[in-house]
Design a protein around this ligand. Structure first.
Ligand SMILES: Cc1cc2nc3c(=O)[nH]c(=O)nc-3n(C[C@H](O)[C@H](O)[C@H](O)COP(=O)(O)OP(=O)(O)OC[C@H]3O[C@@H](n4cnc5c(N)ncnc54)[C@H](O)[C@@H]3O)c2cc1C
Length: 423
């Protein structure tokens, strides 16, 4: 008789995280993915126009993201992230040309903000103290409810941070979701605030090493294998209907559904999920020559359309989150509009012509992270005894991010592992 196995549907980061945890515990895993590659919304590809490998979108992480660090350590990819030496976030105001740095203090108490030198230009102490309201934010509070008010800190720090982390306009984004991020990073001091990004690419960091690791542990992996339906009967999943054929489940077999919220709702009758989404637009430019040696690898921008510019080698990539309107513009318009902002951010010659570019629009990049959507995020456990959910949209208590996805995979794997050992 075949040994009991866990079928994981979806090889995005939540599915991969669950697979890594289970494989690590010696539990047999089969991973099924509808696309021809893993990574889902977090992946790299070769772009022939730029003649470079690029990511579907810039992904920023922080050194305080402990689940990311642990995942990379297990898969042998702990050196796959990189970032500036210093835990500092350079910003530029595109309207005024002013520049500044947000640089957390070494310890938990932000002395440099309390006494002045660490403050963003044009801001006062009271504006920082407003940030403490996040800790007490109720379920209905938005970022704007909590943090907007007189002064420049909102526009120069809170709003870009919140839109970047929550991919939702600050007027509708859930304040409650930003607090755990602040507590686990800025609240812990500089060591937890180093900005991190993929050294070579997202797939090279998060996907390829994880697939190699689980394969080594004996997992089977099937790409181009879409789950078309679930055979639900007697309170459990009895069979999985894949594009490649049906799989009948044994008594002890289990399933982790690690697909997007929208796919999960289609597959599972009666599952309520957050359905509203926001777009993220990324513009990648291959610079005609090496960027200036002092060009920062990461810059936050206010006062324009671009929000963050990342530099990897000679490719400058711009992120615009909560970009539903921009995503409706033609790629040419987006490339032309963002290029002057990139030039300013990196200190390039003001007459440098538009270089080769690639626009990537992820129209459903994440769920809208509003108070209403937050209430709809389901727990990992389902009404079906052998079925568990994973995904950045489940009730992780965190925003829909890599850290949230990886933790959701851990949670799902933990539930299954307990059932395996107690059976
Ligand atoms: C452009 C962009 C920028 C981002 N920036 C950041 C950032 O800066 N920092 C950060 O932390 N996070 C960022 N994120 C969010 C992060 O990428 C996601 O939270 C994470 O990748 C979600 O992983 P997941 O596994 O939950 O979902 P997904 O990646 O959606 O994975 C689901 C997988 O299931 C597969 N699938 C779907 N249907 C089926 C089916 N029927 N059968 C089999 N397989 C199926 C899909 O193909 C996919 O591979 C960004 C996202 C985008 C799109």
């Amino acid at each position: 008789m075949a040994s009991a196995r866990v079928h994981i549907v979806g090889a995005g980061l939540s599915g991969l995280s669950a697979a890594v945890q289970l494989a690590r515990s010696g539990i047999p895993v089969s991973l099924h993915e509808s696309a021809g590659q893993g990574g889902g919304r977090c992946r790299s590809f070769f772009d022939a126009k730029l003649d470079r490998r690029i990511d579907n979108g810039n992904h920023l992480m922080l050194s305080g993201n402990w689940a990311i660090r642990e995942y990379l350590a297990v898969t042998g990819a702990k050196d796959a992230l990189t970032g500036p030496e210093d835990a500092a976030f350079p910003f530029r105001d595109l309207k005024t040309g002013e520049t500044w740095q947000v640089r957390p203090d070494r310890g938990r108490v932000p002395w440099s903000v309390l006494f002045g030198p660490g403050r963003v230009p044009g801001t006062g102490l009271g504006e920082y103290l407003r940030g403490l309201r996040l800790a007490r934010a109720d379920d209905d509070a938005t970022i704007a409810d909590c943090l907007s008010g007189p002064g420049k800190l909102y526009e120069r720090f809170w709003e870009p941070l919140a839109v970047g982390v929550l991919n939702t306009p600050a007027e509708t984004a859930s304040a409650k979701l930003l607090w755990p991020v602040m507590a686990e990073t800025f609240g812990r001091g500089r060591a937890a605030c180093h900005p991190l990004m993929a050294r070579e690419g997202l797939s090279e960091a998060f996907v390829d090493p994880a697939l190699a690791y689980i394969k080594e542990q004996g997992a089977t992996i099937a790409f181009n294998d879409r789950l078309r339906g679930l055979g639900l009967h007697g309170g459990r999943v009895q069979s999985l209907d894949f594009a490649s054929g049906a799989v009948e489940l044994g008594e002890r077999d289990r399933v982790i559904l690690a697909v997007s919220a929208w796919v999960a709702a289609d597959l599972l009758p009666g599952l309520a999920v957050p359905t509203e989404a926001h777009a993220i637009v990324n513009a990648h430019y291959r610079l005609p020559s090496a960027p200036p040696a002092d060009a920062p690898p990461l810059v936050g921008l206010v006062g324009g359309t671009s929000q963050w510019v990342f530099l990897r080698g000679d490719v400058a990539s711009v992120t615009v989150s909560a970009a539903d309107a921009l995503a409706e513009e033609s790629n040419e318009v987006v490339a032309e509009r963002l290029w002057p902002e990139v030039r300013a951010a990196l200190g390039l010659a003001p007459d440098m012509a538009l270089p080769p570019w690639r626009i990537v629009k992820e129209k459903r990049a994440t769920i809208a992270q509003t108070p209403a959507a937050n209430r709809l995020r389901p727990d990992a456990a389902t009404a079906w005894e052998n079925l568990v959910l994973a995904g950045d949209w489940t009730a992780t208590g965190l925003p829909a991010t890599i850290e949230g996805s990886i933790r959701s995979g851990r949670t799902a794997a933990g539930r299954i592992a307990r059932a395996f050992t107690s059976a």
